[in-house]
Design a protein around this ligand. Sequence first.
Ligand code: ASP
Length: 332
Amino acid sequence: MKRILIIATGGTIASTADGRGLSPTLTGRELAEQVPLIDGLCDLDFVQPMNIDSTNMLPGDWLEMARIVREGYDAYDGFVILHGTDTMAYTAAALSYLVQGSAKPIVLTGSQQPMANPFTDAKLNLYQSLLYAVDDDSSDVSVVFGGKAIAGTRAHKQRTMSANAFTSVNFPALAVLRGDRIVRAMGVPEGLPAAPRFYDTVDRRVCVLKLTPGLSPAIFETLKPAYDAVILETFGIGGIPEREGASYKTAIFDWIDSGRTVVITTQVPEEGLDLGVYEVGHAYADHPGILRGGDMTTEALVAKTMWALGQTRDADELARLFYGPVNHDRVD
Ligand code: ASP
């Protein structure tokens, strides 16, 4: 029987109410005991590095999860991470960069309703995550939730209440889970290395800036002391305003000249960026030092920029790391 390590970190799935709102109290083992169907599916071990609302998850916690996977990699056939849904897409993306090319599945799941809720989605999600983790055709980092398996770099929390909380952005779901069946849309990747590439550093000084009409470009000056990189969510397919007296061009090129990084993406949820289409984006299209987000999710852009800047400060090497596809994160 396969051996799976459950890494329990908290979230709604582990939460109980104490009159002041839901907070995580149940351990991974206690959660698994609530799902008798998983008996006989695999041998389980448990580790509980934290028990927190994922609102409070930090990049250091991603490193801790990656470390646990690294240390348990030879001993286990797969990993299931129980996690709050609110920042699960960030963690799934971060783990995709911190543990690259894993032949063994690393599955994140959680639930919209606590385990004790009579209408909980926790049982099915936990069961199907384990089912997916023990399947020979599963690999790499994914989110299994609401009957879908989504590549770890493509998940986005789309709904705050419903069981189908996550969508797969700009990329098909890897599989649909129907009861105890896995229906795969994607072929099984070939030639995954015997050991994945593990990384243990990130640059936390990365933020997201969403353009809104009238937002002053002076914001870049304000961000300078605290941040090395800005993920800029532009309008539409890549529009950045340029009006007299408020030049984003000056602010952005000055930011880059100061040795910092700009990643340009769109605030439109689907279909990605193309800076070459409109004049209002053109000036940025081929400017060295500007990284283009393509069709990546903002969550994956945050995680990839943190990971890439954690490895290098050299602009060419940074671009090489940034544009290299990882776990289906971009289609150019
Ligand atoms: N606030 C919770 C969390 O992210 C929400 C959830 O798990 O659904 O931990």
